[in-house]
Design a protein around this ligand. Structure first.
Ligand code: FES
Length: 144
């Protein structure tokens, strides 16, 4: 349920920042048993939704991954791997519409819902993302 933000929420937002902050793990002291230790799977609070202007994306270090969270103009959120599989471009800085993000480096196009590349490159992983108490929560797959 609502875990409430901690200071870790603001520390984890830059690409290349401290990986694996796992803010939900810090609530209540001991590690949360529902989150797999190895892959950092499960829900991660990454920061306030107000950090992402409508129509833009932001990159966060989440459980050892770099995840781009996009806020559509409708207010809906989408989350994909932040690193373009073509040559490592920053997808969070790409132009978006309601369906796709265009990589800012060479303009390959990725589906915001599925992560599928629509222009012939490898696909990226998509993640479940939602808002809880005005905080963006990215859910990583649990890999056992
Ligand atoms: S790095 Fe993304 S299209 Fe080339």
């Amino acid at each position: 349920m609502s875990a409430g933000p901690t200071s870790a929420g603001t520390d984890a937002r830059a690409v290349g920042g401290e990986p694996g902050a796992g803010p939900l793990d810090t609530v209540g002291g001991p590690p949360a048993p529902r989150v797999a230790a190895a892959g950092g799977g499960g829900p991660h609070v990454v920061g306030p939704v107000s950090e992402i202007p409508p129509g833009e994306g932001r990159a966060y270090a989440v459980g050892g991954r770099q995840v781009a969270v996009f806020r559509l103009r409708s207010g809906a959120l989408r989350a994909l791997d932040a690193v373009c599989p073509h040559r490592g471009g920053p997808l969070a800085d790409g132009q978006i519409d309601a369906e796709v993000v265009v990589c800012p480096l060479h303009a390959h196009v990725f589906d915001l819902g599925s992560g599928a590349c629509r222009s012939g490159q490898d696909d990226v992983t998509s993640y479940a993302v939602h808002v809880e108490d005005d905080q963006v929560v990215v859910v990583l797959p649990v890999e056992m």
